[in-house]
Design a protein around this ligand. Sequence first.
Ligand code: NAD
Length: 483
Amino acid sequence: MLNFPQNLAGLFIDGQWHHGPQALTVINPSNEQVLAQVDGADESAVDLAVAAAHRAFAAWSHTPSRQRAAYLRAIADGVEARRERLVQLQACNNGKPLFEAGIDVDDVIGTFNYYAGLAEQLDEQRDTPVPLPTDEFSAQVRREPCGVVGLIVPWNFPMVTTAWKLAPALAAGCCVVLKPSEVTPLAELELAAIIADCGLPPGVFNLVCGTGLAVGAPMAAHKRIAKISFTGSNAVGVQVMQRAAETVKGVSLELGGKSALLVLEDADLDLAVELASGGGYFNAGQMCSATSRVLVAQPLYDEFLQRLKARAEAIVQGDPFEPGTEMGALVNLAQFQRVLGHIDAGITAGATLVTGGARPAALPVGYFVQPTVFTDVPLDSALWNEEIFGPVLCVRAFDSDAQAIELANDSDFGLVASVVSADVQRAGEVANALQAGLVWINAPQVIFPQTAWGGYKQSSLGRELGPWGLQAFQEIKHIVRAC
Ligand code: NAD
């Protein structure tokens, strides 16, 4: 088990560690023990961090992009060198099993290397000619970093959501103020230490731990922050957007989901059950992309349900450090109570509980909730429509592909979807009809830095990853000349 100093400095500003006025208590959700106290900041620390970022911006934004790329590669190498510790920190602080925490760290390495690759070509591709319908003028488009940016991230994939913002922001030439979740700051504090070791110029990267109200809200309103990139809940995303509107700053939002998995009538049932289980129970269901609504073709429905129930009941829950553990605890008491509240409300609304629905009897300590399956979930219930953010799957039968598509699209969200079918063309047609930013066909939720992340409707504003993730941190300037 990892040891920590009792009080961790929670502010990294202008290349220096600082203590802050508040104490954030960080717990281990698997045993409910205190892991560490981390300093939390207030508005004045946000001002200091923003000022440091502005001082660094002129030089960083003019640093040759190949040099910025070299820093990104150094960060990726630093993460790889401390992989074991980062895996353990996430297992402690999030309750993730070691294999899941390892996937997160590898994603972070891949993301920094991917954006290093884009940064290596950035200067050469900076100015692009724009064809005009006349010889009297010529035009070119130039992409420039948008300035000092604020990054606000949640607790479910703390390092991953950070990397998806931080790597493209630094690649683009922006200077950064990062606010981790107050629930899970430990991995980001380690990342900040890695970045400090890479010799990034002071002020280019600043980290300010703290609560949403003390740190996040002042960041969203800050006059000298050009853009906020936020991942979190819809309720807070709306507040961030409202505050950002006061200074007309750019906003990217990655919010919630209520994604569907569609099992067509020619699907391989074993594959369908594995994908439902993975899409619903990975990270204990605390995923914006959780495929929490499972739609199954009527002829397969009974057999599918029976196999999914058996799979859910066989999932090994417990200590994330045990090699056999497949699912860990929820992140904290509030989340544990919230998920159980949703389960109770679903039962009250008339849904049928097939399995799960409570704390496992063998795990009296820690915020564990059993893998849960519901059927007969009313279409107007919160259980069917709202993000639960826990290990809860709602299964429903459908009679035709058209009905499945209609059910899947009948949501305020549109983050991802999955389709299972033996007929690739049919699955492709269904995928084309789904209102979602990413659709997997016969595949688990694999994510590549090359493909965009983000969704339709209330799931997102903008896209992360790929070139779109980089463009989110760039301004566009056209220069038009008389010939
Ligand atoms: P949250 O919205 O409570 O908090 C997210 C971040 O915002 C935290 O750092 C928090 O401190 C900060 N914050 C809170 N109040 C704030 C305010 N008033 N102003 C500015 N910042 C504030 O979300 P959470 O509970 O940490 O994470 C779970 C949510 O994140 C879920 O809804 C999930 O769907 C979403 N999420 C989305 C994606 C995606 O890519 N779409 C990925 C991961 C998580």
